[in-house]
Design a protein around this ligand. Structure first.
Ligand code: NAD
Length: 480
């Protein structure tokens, strides 16, 4: 297999290997795509030291200069968009159109964060004392550890790197071991620019080894993590001895509420698209539906037909697909088990409900389950697959109460033509984001942040940018 690339860590602007390697597979057919290093503590500490060494000089440059590097990288990403999208499709399984959206959005995000260079502001505060000046300065934190999931692996590089670098931090990224190829390809593009040594570093590896080494290191000032609740909790424990600051973007169990006065076509199309996009592996896609009894039968019929027409398969080979495979065997087994358990507990299978017969890949049929109840696992735990469980409700109040009764608090949505219902829902839904008459995605100028177990802090926009800074207050007493 001579055409199988073995990637290397990118530390201090140099590529270096590792004795131990991890194999990366194509989830659509389980074929070997590449090998990446499995970094241990020594390599991780080397990357952190490089980032530390570079940080002061980097922060000393004017923000507009730092922004210039982000723009250069954005331009490289655009020049390579088609190639990068193909890589993402092969290693992650998303359809080509979505992969290209991810790549272009990543370039736009780098440019968007660069625009903040002239808008980073401190404050001048009013003093209680005569002849005193109080300045609130905004400073970088230092070295950021960015730990990425596999579902939007390329965009997540920028979501962490762009605000970190713009505000004067340096970064060590660890991509998911499921989807690291796009990140090492991104590192190659960074290496083609004149970004100063050590500002951007990538280490490959597992969560247990490289991830644990990064998050338990005394040399890291902020851990910016996107991934599951379980890993977030382990990272909090690893960060505790050094009181390392955390930014955690964790799982979701987004409720979609469909009221009797909703535009049903719109609700069906939006919820179906949200459940199928990226094969249901999106933190803010509709994971459970509460539909008012009056329109329940009609809604279930329509969404079941819509889900049943979903075209799926190997997105590198077949054209015009709506979705590809799940990420791996464990993901497939989890989805299959959750559906089986739900049916065993009384849910009615309306469409789908089985592992798809598509060769060696990890494909699951688009599935609708009706008659679900609040205490079922399928209504409470993140499915992360193309499965839509539906519960019937008798009022908006009941829907909101059920939606809020969740350990997750990332996103939520409501479909209604009634302004008061929409406003009441946005007031009472206890989530970081609420979509009215639409589903995901979030805007880069918004603030993507969950409550409860969905995370701590957030990303995007001004508020996301400032997560990568700390404040220092300076008191100046005038001398007479
Ligand atoms: P995961 O938690 O399994 O892995 C995420 C990353 O953490 C990987 O890079 C992994 O190697 C690393 N990791 C694992 N154990 C670690 C440890 N002990 N210490 C340090 N690092 C460790 O998550 P995943 O399966 O890659 O991603 C799916 C999850 O991510 C879902 O729950 C999804 O909802 C969530 N997600 C959330 C958002 C958001 O913005 N809130 C966005 C995308 C995905």
């Amino acid at each position: 297999m001579s055409d199988i690339i073995t990637y290397q860590n990118y530390i201090d602007s140099a590529f270096s290997g590792s004795d131990e390697l991890i194999e990366v597979l194509n989830p659509a057919n389980a074929e070997l795509l590449a090998r990446i290093p499995s970094a241990g503590a020594e390599q991780v500490e080397r990357a952190i030291a490089a980032a530390r060494k570079a940080q002061k000089g980097w922060a000393a440059r004017p923000a507009i200069e730092r922004a210039g590097y982000l723009r250069k990288i954005a331009s490289k990403v655009r020049d390579n968009a088609e190639r990068l999208a193909k890589i993402i499709t092969r290693e992650q399984g998303k359809v080509p159109g979505l992969a290209l959206v991810e790549v272009n959005f990543t370039a736009d995000y780098l440019d968007y964060m660069a625009e903040w260079a002239r808008r980073l502001e401190g404050e001048v505060l009013t003093s209680d004392r005569a002849n005193e000046h109080i300045f609130l300065l905004r400073k970088p934190l230092g070295v950021v550890a960015g730990i990425l999931p596999w579902n939007f692996p390329f965009f997540l590089i920028a979501r962490k790197m762009a605000p970190a670098l713009l505000t004067g931090n340096t970064i060590v990224i660890k991509p998911s071991e499921e989807t690291p190829i796009n990140c090492f390809e991104f590192a190659k593009l960074v290496a083609e620019t004149d970004l100063p040594k050590g500002v951007f570093n990538v280490v490959g590896g597992t969560g247990a080894k490289a991830g644990q080494a990064l998050t338990s290191s005394a040399g890291v000032d902020l851990i910016s993590f996107t991934g599951s609740v379980g890993t977030g909790s382990r990272i909090m424990a690893a960060a505790a001895p050094h009181i390392t600051k955390l930014n955690l973007e964790l799982g979701g169990k987004a409720p979609a509420i469909v009221l009797a006065d909703a535009d049903l076509e719109l609700a069906v199309n939006a919820i179906k698209a949200s459940r199928v996009i990226n094969t249901g592996q999106v933190c803010n896609c509709a994971e459970r539906v509460y539909v008012e009894r009056k329109v329940a039968e009609q809604f279930i019929d329509k969404i079941a037909s819509a889900m049943a027409t979903t075209r799926y398969g190997d997105p590198s080979v077949e054209a015009d697909l709506d979705m590809g495979p799940l990420i791996n065997q464990a993901g497939l087994d989890k989805v299959a088990q959750m559906v089986k358990t739900a049916i065993g507990n009384g849910a009615q299978l309306v469409t789908g409900g089985a592992v798809a017969d598509k060769g060696k890949g990890f494909h699951y049929q688009p599935t609708v389950l009706a008659g679900c109840k609040a205490d079922m696992e399928i209504m409470r735990k993140e499915i992360f697959g193309p499965v839509l469980p539906i519960q019937i409700v008798d009022s908006l109040d009941e829907a909101i109460a059920l939606a809020n009764d969740s350990e997750y608090g990332l996103t939520s949505s409501i479909y209604t033509r009634n302004l008061s219902s929409a406003l009441k829902a946005s007031r009472e839904l206890d989530f970081g984001e609420t979509y009215i008459n639409r589903e995901n995605f979030e805007a880069m100028q918004g603030f993507h942040a969950g409550t409860r177990k969905s995370g701590i802090g957030g990303a995007d926009g001004k508020h996301g940018l400032y997560e990568y800074t700390r404040t220092q207050v300076v008191y100046v007493q005038e001398q007479s």
